[in-house]
Ligand binder design. Structure first.
Ligand code: ATP
Length: 319
């Protein structure tokens, strides 16, 4: 439903987006991740037809965004970064205007606005100028205009930016509920958001795709994937660590002591499952275990490993 090929954008000497290829199908919620300035917003603007590319193309439901713009944008809901335009309007006026632009009138417009207002919980502020709304409500007005015409494709630039934890949860639930019959792309800096709503994550860095997979596939690249941690009394830590090292599937053991307790973590070779070996050893050897847990992996670790460049690494290792 979204087809992007060779998409490129230069701003003077900066190549903001450098040959991005991407397809997104029905039922997918693709999380677009990357450091500041990686090119996420620029890619989304080009895919939505708000910025002309210098190379490549984007198609929405088969319609080229540059040569068949209106038909492509009919199939598309787009939430740009920042606040919605027309701050003097109230949400009711703004959504009425968007409905008109989308070709809806009469009952169809009223029903579409009511549904979008309900889904984004905008009732309390419908008659208040957008300019005077809190950041979270402004963002929700933006989400409401993007979903108003129930488009098959949604492109949303940081949809939960500025929302409080309850509102974040509500918008994520909304995205999930809409996802089965839509193709959705969201950009985010919140790695927990990827795990909460995305079926697929794409990491871009310096305008290029550097990782593309399900959240589970990315987690499998984490150093902590299938690592097992035990919390034991500090006095037992060295002995526990030494025994854990004797397990053939253990690659490395690390420990940290605080307040008389030690956290001892066994890292597996090649992502092997360690939990049974470790828990079996702990019960056979009567360790005084306060906690024992395995980890799926840490997305922040993968993100850092992929997007921290050699120069930064060298600087960090010198520090
Ligand atoms: P963030 O996470 O900070 O929102 P991003 O991944 O969305 O970043 P972009 O906003 O797409 O990144 O910017 C990519 C690069 O292009 C940056 O170096 C940015 O400064 C540059 N850039 C974006 N828009 C313009 C513009 N209109 N004129 C000049 N440079 C621009």
């Amino acid at each position: 439903m979204i087809e992007i090929s060779g998409l490129t954008k230069r701003f003077g000497p900066i190549t903001a987006v450098s040959g991005i290829d991407l397809t997104v199908g029905r039922g997918e919620v693709l999380g677009f991740l990357g450091p500041n300035g990686a090119g996420k917003s620029t890619t989304m603007k080009m895919a939505a037809g708000f910025l002309a590319p210098d190379g490549g193309y984007a198609r929405i439901c088969g319609h080229d965004i540059e040569t068949d713009t209106l038909e492509a944008q009919r199939q598309l809901g787009y939430l740009p970064e920042g606040a919605p335009a027309y701050p003097d309007m109230t949400p009711r006026q703004f959504l009425g205007f968007i409905a008109q632009v989308r070709g809806l009138s009469g009952d169809a417009a009223r029903n579409a606005i009511a549904a979008a207002v309900h889904k984004t919980e905008l009732d309390p502020v419908l008659e208040q100028p957008i300019d005077t709304l809190s950041k979270g409500f402004k963002r929700r007005v933006g989400v409401a205009q993007a979903i108003l015409h129930d488009p098959p494709v949604l492109i949303m630039d940081e949809p939960t930016d500025g929302l409080d934890p309850n509102q974040k949860y509500a918008v994520r639930q909304l995205i999930k509920a809409m996802s089965p019959d839509k193709a959705i792309v969201i950009s985010t800096h919140l790695l927990e958001e990827v795990e909460a709503v995305c079926t697929r994550a794409v990491i871009i860095d310096r305008g290029r795709i550097v990782a593309d997979g399900t959240p589970a596939e990315l987690l499998a690249r984490s150093h902590h994937h299938n690592a097992v941690t035990l919390i034991v009394p500090a006095a037992q830590a060295d002995a526990v660590a030494a025994r854990l090292k004797s397990i053939p599937a253990v690659a490395d053991v690390q420990q940290a002591v605080s307040n008389g307790e030690a956290s001892v973590t066994a890292f597996p070779k090649d992502g092997a499952l360690l939990i049974e070996d470790v828990s079996g050893m702990a019960s056979r050897e009567n360790w005084d275990v306060k906690e024992l847990y395995a980890e799926a992996g840490r997305l922040d670790e993968v993100f850092r490993a992929i997007t921290t460049h050699d120069a930064t690494r060298a600087r960090e290792s010198r520090a």
